[in-house]
Design a protein around this ligand. Structure first.
Ligand SMILES: *Cc1c(COP(=O)(O)O)cnc(C)c1O
Length: 432
């Protein structure tokens, strides 16, 4: 134990901060056991799909050129379909990110004259340009696809009356974002999403229900695809890539939906038959295999952050005791200095670029400066320890990721230390 304390000290953590963290951690033991249980369940679920699809050494080799008869790619897509209990799957390095995956799923399954409905309020920032909520080159709007949105009720619940009134003869596809993303609304449980989908199918049975599952994979023991979603979409540099996939996205779901997506991703006529898996396919398999435990580490890190920061007086969302449905932790630090200090702490804890200091800067698509802390093996990966926040009221920072729990723990402790060193938190509040 002493050796560990010394090592923490050599990594910049003083005794008061460490003791405070260790004390708070003891209160979380039971929570963490339940998270381990979920990880165990999901690990077995993933392994079972590997076995059933007969994953072999040959699957890990990859292909080049057109990628015809790519055993690794085709088998991996069967594994994803097995894990998420869907008819089919598209899992490709040619899907460049989560936004791209969502764009492929939407633009391939909608036709001119159709309407897209979001019954859960405003979608993720980057989707605004995909849909054409903000004018953008190539948006769905340019192709004559209209959009309608029903906001959540003030308490964060679904506005069922508003949704019923909004489904019309043009409504073709419903997009449901599971995670709150960078908003302050609850993240939906799989059960809630299932109820919403049943309600919508009750109004119009042939509407396609798509779930944006980013940040949600393996947080619970079931996924929205098992609760009635026709399509589910996510990024491989978040949860299901397990920190190992260097690029990629997935779309899983009904056979006809996936076929349309494949024809759009590559070309009509070629569909899923082309698309070489290159040298990354091994990391897709290994990343998926690791993902349940990586997600559990990130979840524990988020809960620890919530507990430690709430304990020194900051508003946190979700609260430490709240059951989680995604891996994101929001912390309202109340000042620009607080946001910057927190992000510095996370950056200094990174395995890569720990010696650089993050600064706020103007990013395209944002109306204020944004600060980001990330020293990741995969650029921009947010299943790795990371934090970001806009420099504006109410000065909230979003924290997520951590490939191992000891690293997530150190990151959170390092951020507390930074807040203390910068005079943002009162040292007296750390006394246990
Ligand atoms: C990250 C995210 C996206 C977009 O993914 P990118 O890989 O950043 O393009 C979409 N929706 C949600 C909820 C996300 O968290």
């Amino acid at each position: 134990m002493n050796g560990k304390q010394d090592l923490y000290k050599s990594l910049g953590i003083d005794d008061d901060v460490l003791n405070y963290a260790e004390q708070k951690l003891t209160e979380l033991n039971e929570r963490f056991l339940r998270i381990d249980d979920t990880a165990e369940y999901n690990q077995l679920k993933v392994l079972k799909a590997f076995h059933e699809c007969r994953v072999s050494e040959a699957c890990l080799q990859g292909s080049s050129g057109y990628g015809y008869n790519d055993l690794g790619r085709d088998t991996l897509e069967k594994v994803y379909a097995g894990v998420f209990d869907t008819e089919d799957a598209l899992v490709r390095p040619q899907i460049t990110c989560g936004t791209h995956a969502l764009n492929v799923a939407l633009s391939s399954n909608l036709r001119p004259g159709d309407e897209l409905l979001s019954p859960v309020g405003k979608p993720y920032d980057t989707l605004e340009e995909v849909i054409g909520i903000r004018e953008s080159c190539g948006s769905l709007k340019e192709y004559g696809i209209s959009y309608r949105q029903v906001d959540l009720k003030p308490d964060g619940s679904f506005d069922y009356v508003g949704i019923r009134d909004s489904v019309n003869e043009k409504t073709k596809l419903v997009t449901i974002q599971r995670s709150k993303g960078y908003q302050t609304r609850p993240t939906f449980s799989v059960k809630q999403i299932g109820e919403l989908i049943s309600f919508i199918k009750g109004i119009k049975s042939d509407v396609i229900c798509m779930v944006d599952n980013c940040y949600g994979e393996f947080v619970e023991i079931s996924e929205p695809s098992e609760a009635g979603a026709d399509m589910m979409v996510g990024s491989l540099i978040k949860n299901p890539g397990g920190g190992l996939a260097p690029i990629g996205g997935y779309i899983v779901g009904r056979k006809d939906c996936i076929e349309r997506a494949a024809s759009r991703l590559t070309s009509p006529g070629l569909g899923r038959e082309v698309g070489a898996s290159l040298n990354v396919i091994g990391s897709f398999y290994q990343g998926l295999f690791m993902a349940p435990c990586v997600v559990s580490s990130a979840l524990k890190g988020a809960i620890l952050a919530s507990s430690l920061l709430n304990g020194v007086g900051f508003d946190v969302y979700p609260k430490p005791e709240t059951i989680r449905h995604d891996i994101i932790q929001a912390v309202t630090l109340g000042s620009a200095e607080g946001v910057i200090s927190f992000c510095k702490g996370i950056q200094y804890a990174a395995p890569v670029d720990s010696h650089v200091s993050p600064e706020p800067w103007a990013m395209p698509g944002y109306d204020s400066d944004v600060i980001m802390a990330a020293g990741a093996f995969v650029s921009g990966s947010s299943i790795e320890l990371s934090a970001d926040g806009p420099i504006k009221e109410p000065y909230t920072v979003y924290f997520q990721g951590g490939l191992t729990f000891p690293h997530a723990k150190y990151g959170v402790i390092r951020a507390i230390q930074q807040l203390k060193d910068d005079g943002i938190i009162d040292p007296k509040s750390l006394k246990v």
